[in-house]
Design a protein around this ligand. Structure first.
Ligand code: IMP
Ligand code: MG
Length: 194
């Protein structure tokens, strides 16, 4: 029977040592503490660089929703928030190689300072697509922040301005990142065991 989790310590203790998805096993990779510490650093850097501007921070849904929330809580300067929704992975661990726009921006970004927030840059296709799309609206500037980057799997020429962690070319889940739409709610990041 599921026990009642009444406080944060109890919720944290319930986090798993291993996650089994069919015959695949995922093990802890980046702890909650490590992620939060890095986000504080990224937030400080972004706040310093944009302190005289009013940036519009644009999250790419779904994967970036948790990172985006934690990041903006560490950016105390005035800013605006919006979201794009893209889909590229479908239901599998392999990118389909195609990007689909599922929700467009509400904000007018002409002459605005845009900061794009991604959970992970893998081949770079999604970011390339977004950069080109946003570029058409003639923003004053555009920078990209990603929590994770897999340098070995980059196939497109993209400029990433702020990187949380560079990671090996292995599938990860948790903290916004899904496997067939599940596990986004985990507080930390797990990696597929070899
Ligand atoms: P890209 O377009 O190939 O750079 O892929 C970027 C998108 O694929 C990310 O925004 C994620 O949604 C998804 N993705 C890439 N690698 C992983 C992973 O290891 N786990 C979960 N999702 C991933
Ligand atoms: Mg994503």
């Amino acid at each position: 029977m599921q026990k009642d989790l009444q406080n944060l310590d109890e919720v944290k203790k319930e986090q798993k040592d291993e996650i089994h998805v069919g015959s695949e096993v995922f093990v802890p990779f980046l702890s909650e503490e490590k992620i939060q510490k890095r986000i504080i650093e990224l937030g400080a850097q972004i706040s310093e660089e944009y302190k005289d501007k009013l940036p519009i921070i644009i999250g790419i849904l779904n994967g970036s929703f948790i990172f985006m929330a934690d990041l903006v809580k560490n950016i105390p300067i005035n800013c605006e928030i919006d979201f794009f929704k893209l889909s590229s992975y479908g239901e599998s661990k392999i990118s389909s190689g195609k990007v689909k726009m599922l929700k467009e921006l509400n904000a007018d970004i002409k002459d605005r300072h845009v900061i794009i927030v991604e959970d992970i840059v893998d081949s770079g296709l999604s970011i390339k697509y977004i950069e080109e799309l946003i570029g058409e609206s003639e923003p004053a500037s555009m920078k990209v922040v990603t929590l994770l980057l897999k340098p070995e799997s980059l196939k497109y020429d993209v400029k990433i301005d702020y990187i949380g962690f560079e990671i090996p070319n292995k599938f990860v889940l948790g903290y916004g990142l899904d496997y067939a739409q599940k596990y986004r709610n985990l507080r930390s990041i797990y990696v597929l065991k070899d």
